[in-house]
Write a protein that binds this ligand. Structure first.
Ligand code: ATP
Ligand code: MG
Ligand code: MG
Length: 586
């Protein structure tokens, strides 16, 4: 394996390891250590990262980048990556999403068992601690209950051009704040009637430091804590605490959170001053999120596509969710290869969709079986077959299962009087440079014989319904002298006698524009109306035995997978994963 290319995160980690930044507390073993106390987990690790999704939807390709990054770095440096649910927003969260997320991470090839310990965490397990920490902040004069209206609060926060204005509630006494906060907790105040705010600096040039809200009132049933709480911590408050309690060393997040870092550090500094958490603190590092052309990476909008029926579900093969990509035929290896190729940087950019497809092709090309398939079939009749071969005779042809893998063996299929070929392989009046079938032209049927096209039959509307040709004897592929007749064109085919009918789903990009959801336009208007075409195809006989999730390269056409939901005995269903070549190239 070639060494992995360095990046700014690897440099940070290597420096921390060299300097022993976290050596003191890597196993959370010091007495009174909150994480040790909290979770009783005490396993050695050189670094700790975490993957902290909110269970409010299924994961998408952007999350795959984050998963590969966090689990990958922990693996590379003898560390542990925590699988953590950031479940602080009960209205939007659901057990279905929790299960889906765990499934996606496992499928990608990562796990959260390390050194005999399961590293699966839930932010909601820390609600008691978070509450105590909030009371501590109040007692230290560092937080207050604000009962301004949301409009006043927004207005008084100010903006980039002017400092904020203190809330009239900012100077409340500690006792009054404590009482009021407990009343919030005890359900004495209505939803939205008050928030707890950190008391920092209303004039800070960083708006996030102008007394950010850290607790809100929300009567919502939590999928794990039920109705125990009617106040919930805000993400910006919860996240640093989660990291600190779990002894995370390197907390990696996307660039949007850069402006939150001062609060992350402020909070952890205050909490360690109060003896609630230990030092050294986790540190937050920001990397560029994945923006992939032709897709959207927002769980909320992906959910909208599902809820409004624009796609068949989270696992619709056009969705760039991990379940969608999986059903489309992407492999875990291809997604990991993709993540490695795009790397991590500190500035946002768009990754071309072809990079994802390229990773898929590079993964599948050496390992999948080949097959012939005719996606737009028209009958080809060999008019001299009976005379040459005898009526009803079927000649057996063979081809390597995978020419890249000599050990893969051979596949067999029959060549007879009637075959299926692609409609596009016949032209009555061929354009310049066309080497396939037209009257008088010779073509090789791949792995079979050379034929001379003699003509075609058309229906009343002028559509070709049958193509005719004559077989040239002694030209069968692989037999001595078979190349004596020179041809410019080789076409794929399947025998009418043994071909298997298949439903083939041809997918195109779900969005018609390269950077969807980046303008004022409603992203739904950017949906490609022709993203799915279903055809009845004929495929090689061996494919009747394909199992769900089996992948193939259909010669000339690209990569296909037996649909994991609908394919089965008697109903052969393939999804097109991607073409042979880059179709997204400009
Ligand atoms: P969404 O807005 O789509 O719900 P999110 O960032 O809120 O996404 P989380 O569930 O909070 O989703 O994300 C879990 C982790 O995945 C976070 O650490 C986040 O930084 C990371 N992540 C989310 N989207 C991307 C992306 N497009 N590229 C890289 N990492 C991402
Ligand atoms: Mg989030
Ligand atoms: Mg988000």
């Amino acid at each position: 394996e070639p060494p992995k290319p360095s990046n700014f995160l690897r440099q940070v980690i290597e420096k921390d390891l060299e300097q022993g930044t976290y050596a003191q507390r890597m196993w959370g073993g010091s007495p009174g250590d909150a994480a040790h106390h909290q979770a009783g987990r005490s396993d050695p690790a050189r670094i700790r990262t975490r993957f902290p999704p909110e269970p409010n939807g299924y994961l998408h390709v952007g999350h795959a980048k984050s998963i590969c990054l966090n689990f990958g770095l922990a693996g590379d440096y003898g560390g542990v990556c925590h699988m953590r649910f950031d479940d602080t927003n009960p209205e939007k969260e659901d057990q279905e999403f929790v299960d889906g997320i765990l499934d996606a991470v496992k499928w990608l090839g990562f796990g959260w068992d390390a050194n005999g310990t399961e590293h699966l965490y839930h932010a909601s397990d820390y609600f008691d601690f978070m509450y105590r920490a909030a009371e501590y902040l109040i007692e230290a004069g560092l937080a207050y209950v604000d009962e301004q209206s949301p409009e006043d609060m927004r207005h008084n926060r100010g903006d980039f051009s002017k400092p904020g204005t203190d809330s009239p509630f900012r100077s409340r006494s500690i006792d009054e704040n404590l009482t009021r906060f407990r009343e919030m907790r005890d359900g004495k105040l209505a939803d939205g009637a008050a928030v707890l705010r950190a008391r920092i600096d209303m004039a800070s040039p960083n708006i996030n430091m102008r007394d950010p809200a850290i607790y809100r009132i929300r009567r919502a049933t939590h999928h794990r804590t039920g109705d125990k709480w009617c106040i919930y911590p805000m993400y910006t408050y919860a996240h640093p605490i989660e990291d600190a309690l779990e002894n995370i060393t390197h907390s990696l997040c996307t660039l949007e959170f850069e402006d939150q870092r001062p609060f992350y550090d402020w909070l952890l500094d205050r909490l360690s001053e109060g003896g609630l958490i230990n030092k050294p603190h986790p540190r937050q590092y920001e990397f560029a999120r994945l923006n992939l052309t032709y897709v959207i990476t927002s769980k909320r909008k992906l959910k909208q596509l599902v809820d409004e029926g624009h796609v068949s579900g989270w696992d619709d093969p056009r969705m760039n969710t991990i379940v969608g990509l999986r059903r489309r035929g992407y492999t875990p290896e291809s997604l990991r290869l993709f993540a490695e190729r795009i790397g991590v940087t500190k500035s946002d950019s768009w990754i071309d969709y072809s990079t994802l497809e390229g990773a898929l092709r590079d993964d599948l090309d050496p390992k999948v079986a080949r097959a012939m398939a005719v996606l737009e079939p028209v009958k080809l009749v060999i008019t001299n077959w009976d005379a040459l071969m005898g009526a009803g005779f079927q000649d057996v042809c063979s081809a390597p299962i995978n020419p890249r893998d000599p050990a893969s063996g051979k596949r067999e299929f029959k060549f007879g009087k009637e075959l299926w070929i692609e409609k596009t392989d016949y032209e009555e009046a061929p354009p310049k440079g066309y080497n396939r079938l037209f009257p008088g032209n010779k073509v090789r049927l791949k792995y079979g014989h050379v034929i001379t096209c003699t003509g075609a039959t058309k229906d009343a509307a002028g559509n070709v319904t049958e193509v005719q040709a004559e077989l040239i004897p002694d030209t069968k592929s692989g037999t001595p002298g078979s190349d004596a007749v020179k041809v410019k064109g080789v076409i794929t085919w399947v025998g009418a006698a043994d071909a298997v009918q298949a439903e083939v789903r041809l997918y195109d990009r779900l969005f018609a524009v390269a950077q969807p959801d980046t303008t004022d336009k409603d992203f739904l208007e950017e949906i490609n109306p022709d993203s799915l075409k279903v055809v009845t195809a004929y495929v090689e006989p061996a494919l009747a035995q394909a199992k769900a999730d089996d992948r193939f390269q259909f010669e000339r056409h690209g990569y296909f997978v037996a649909d994991r939901k609908n394919h089965g005995v008697g109903h052969v269903v393939f999804n097109k994963i991607t073409g042979m070549k880059d179709s997204f190239a400009k």
